[in-house]
Ligand binder design. Structure first.
Ligand SMILES: O=c1ccn([C@@H]2O[C@H](COP(=O)(O)O)[C@@H](O)[C@H]2O)c(=O)[nH]1
Length: 227
């Protein structure tokens, strides 16, 4: 199983196509997110994907009816995974999961728990005390009890999530940095090897690949390190 997901975070269509062409052979999926999709939309999605499995990471977060409608609007694209924010609540998660089943192909609905860019202090500033691990577990339970197929979390929460919910939920883990890579705005990070040993189904890697002098070689090296 190829556990690497490369985040194709660029506003340029040509660059996205070139990156996908190069890195997709080393990846289970490629990820397109807000930066790309808000500029190029559904047509750009198809042009960038070039037939590869895609994780469309738009982190939907709105009232249940609006999120259900957004999921329905995305279904024709044929993405393999879509994200919603678990913080949108039980009814929103349930509406998204139900809408996902209405198309010919059901994308997995992944609930983002606590963004990997937040540490204890930043989370507390949003009014959530007790630290990321506790909040991730709380939101994970809410998401999985209301129809989400999996979770986006940091590698630091994987073992607690596996203890609580077993092997079934798909755990997709950003905040991944190969040894020596610049951490940037991420707060809860681990190396690819550590995250996979901890039980990640997929790791998401963006800038360590897209910012490398040779993105294809960077993706190949990360994929080899977790094979
Ligand atoms: O909690 C989250 C949820 C999503 N992401 C996304 O993953 C990539 C990470 O990119 P890097 O360049 O490797 O930091 C990016 O597209 C985020 O939107 C996340 O980082 N954390």
């Amino acid at each position: 199983m190829k556990r690497l997901i490369a985040a194709i975070d660029t506003p340029e269509l040509d660059r996205a196509q070139e990156l996908v062409r190069g890195v997709a052979p080393h990846c289970g999926l490629v990820k397109l997110g807000l930066e790309f999709f808000l500029r190029h939309g559904p047509a750009g999605f198809t042009q960038a994907a070039q037939g590869n499995p895609v994780f469309l990471d738009l982190k939907l977060h709105d009232i249940p009816n609006t999120v259900a409608g957004a999921v329905r609007s995305l279904l024709p694209l044929g993405a393999d995974m879509l994200t919603i924010h678990a913080g949108g609540g039980a009814k929103m998660i349930e509406a998204a999961a139900k809408a996902a089943s209405e198309g010919a192909k059901r994308p997995k609905i992944l609930a983002v728990t606590v963004l990997t860019s937040l540490d204890t202090e930043a989370l507390a500033a949003t009014g959530v005390s007790g630290g990321p691990a506790q909040q991730v577990l709380r939101l994970a339970r809410l998401a999985l009890e209301n129809g989400a197929d999996g979770l986006v979390c940091s590698a630091h929460e994987i073992s607690r999530l596996r203890d609580a919910f077993g092997e079934k939920p798909v755990l997709v883990v950003p905040g991944i940095r190969p040894k020596g890579a610049e951490i940037g705005d991420q707060a809860r990070v681990m190396t690819p090897e550590e995250a996979v040993s901890a039980g990640a189904d997929y790791i998401v890697v963006g800038r360590p690949i897209t910012g490398a002098v040779d993105p294809v070689a960077a993706a190949a090296a990360i994929a080899a390190s977790i094979a």
